[in-house]
Design a protein around this ligand. Sequence first.
Ligand code: ZN
Ligand code: ZN
Length: 129
Amino acid sequence: MLCPRCAAALTPVVVDEALDDLEALRCPRCSGHWLERDDLKRLEQVVEVHWVEVRHIPPPREQDVPLLCPRCAPARHLVKLQSERDRKVVMDGCLHCQGVWLDGGELTAIRNKSVWAALVDAVRFLVRG
Ligand SMILES: [Zn+2]
Ligand SMILES: [Zn+2]
């Protein structure tokens, strides 16, 4: 699978051993992470979560081209998501396969409970469509 941001090949990594060896695909060039729906669903079992609203937010600049889902073919645009739980975390999610993309460093720099919970919020939002 290729990075939706810079098209480098994504490599599997364990992002948190404390969370049942949660896995993601990481881009070696831009440090973004792609999390598959099944990985995100596993989070629900290890992080205590309560539903918090997720908003579909517009991209920062209108001329920004939306990212394409690295999994779906034909390609689908990812939608920008932000959990009310932690507004610092902005994600791109695919409404079709329900995977979530986090830009470089967002996952590793702010590795805390609210980030994981925000990811679960996002996948719930995507499942509902
Ligand atoms: Zn990349
Ligand atoms: Zn997809």
